[in-house]
Each structure stands twice: as structure tokens, then as C-alpha cells.
Ligand binder design. Structure first.
Ligand code: CA
Ligand code: CA
Length: 207
């Protein structure tokens, strides 16, 4: 995927975050038809393995720029949306929205508590990939790439993916919402070895 395309696919501005979920959906009408605005459930006990299970529900589902709502039928219900439009209302998170939900974060940036969002709860959260990379938000810190664990993340200025499992050769199996043409899945990536990427950790895990 060309760098410019990745940037386009994953960079979400505050303007678009403000508008996400309120714009008129078109194309497949996935969000308008299926998604909700339910309050999250506070969860005092959170594990990395449990978070991986949450992430796997999104595997094989769609990708939506600025999105954050998906089902669990192992198909992209909103393929081929225009990649230049964050308001198409299709299925899926984008890279940072997917991370926000899997890490069970609060919409309040000063709140580091764990908040469980339903799959069909359409929410992106306040963070872009770039902001995750910088450790913005009370739950998030930058971390040494050599110390990263399962469900920590690797982030660049334009993309973020979580470590599903490290590989023996220094690459990782990354679970990520990659782009309109790719959806959400696990791929072997070399982010850990790339100078464009830094380590990011969600703090506060129970185990
Ligand atoms: Ca689906
Ligand atoms: Ca889509």
C-alpha cells in the first residue's frame, strides 16, 4: 500500500471525529442500519488475552475511515466505499478507532479506566494514530519497541496496529484495521523494525 494512501486511510482529523456518526450514511447504510450509541460498561478487570479475543471479533470485518462499528459475520459488509470520504457509514473501525475500542478506553482523555464498548456501538474515540504514537491520553504511554507485549501497539504518524503475537524473526503478527481494500485482519508486519513506528502501551492491565 502506498504511503500516501495509508495516510489518507488512517489519518483522522478532529473535524471528522466531530462529524463521525452524525453524517448521513450512504452506500451500504451499515452504521445507520446496525449500529447504536449505547453507553460503555465499566470493566474493572481487563487482561491482554481477553482484549485479543475482543480484537478477533473484528477479524475479517470491514474498514471504515473514522468508523468504529462492526458485526461478527466474517465478511466486509461495506466493501469499496470511496476512500476519500470518512462519512460513508460503512462497517468497521479505522486503525485508531479499532485500537481505541479494543483497548476499552474512555472518551474522556484524562480517564484511564477500562470501558467495554459493544461491537455494534459506533465509536471512534478521540485519538488519531499520531496521537497514540505520542502517548496522548491518560491510558496511553510510549514504550520501548524491544519491550512490547501482546496487545501493545506499534504506531506511526498515520497508522497503528496491535501486536497479536511476535514472530521469532523480529516481525510481528499485527491485528489492525488496514484500509478500505483490506478490512481488518492479522498480517505479518515489519513495523517493529521500521523507524517510522514507535511502541505504544495501554496501561492498567490486570494481567
Ligand atoms: Ca461484517
Ligand atoms: Ca468499507
Amino acid at each position: 500500500m502506498a504511503r500516501s494512501h495509508t495516510f489518507l486511510a488512517c489519518f483522522v482529523t478532529a473535524f471528522f471525529l466531530t462529524g463521525a456518526g452524525t453524517g448521513a450514511a450512504y452506500h451500504t447504510q451499515f452504521v445507520a442500519t446496525n449500529c447504536n450509541t449505547a453507553a460503555p460498561t465499566p470493566t474493572p478487570y481487563i487482561t491482554r488475552s481477553g482484549s485479543a479475543t475482543v480484537a478477533l471479533r473484528a477479524r475479517y470485518e470491514g474498514y471504515q475511515w473514522a468508523g468504529g462499528c462492526w458485526n461478527n459475520n466474517d465478511r466486509d459488509d461495506s466493501p469499496n466505499d470511496p476512500t476519500s470520504d470518512p462519512a460513508t457509514g460503512g462497517e468497521g473501525g479505522d486503525c485508531s478507532g479499532f485500537t481505541f475500542k479494543v483497548w476499552r478506553e474512555s472518551l474522556t482523555e484524562s480517564d484511564a479506566s477500562f470501558q467495554q464498548w459493544g461491537m455494534l456501538r459506533n465509536v471512534h474515540g478521540p485519538y488519531t494514530a499520531s496521537r497514540f504514537k505520542s502517548g496522548h491520553g491518560a491510558p496511553n504511554i510510549t514504550a520501548s519497541k524491544s519491550a512490547l507485549l501482546k496487545m501493545d501497539a506499534l504506531a506511526s504518524e498515520s497508522h497503528i496496529g496491535m501486536i497479536y503475537a511476535p514472530n521469532a524473526d523480529g516481525t510481528d503478527q499485527i491485528i489492525e484495521a488496514k484500509g478500505e481494500a483490506y478490512g481488518t485482519n492479522i498480517w505479518t508486519r515489519t513495523y517493529r523494525g521500521s523507524s517510522s513506528y514507535g511502541g505504544v502501551r495501554r496501561t492498567g492491565w490486570s494481567s
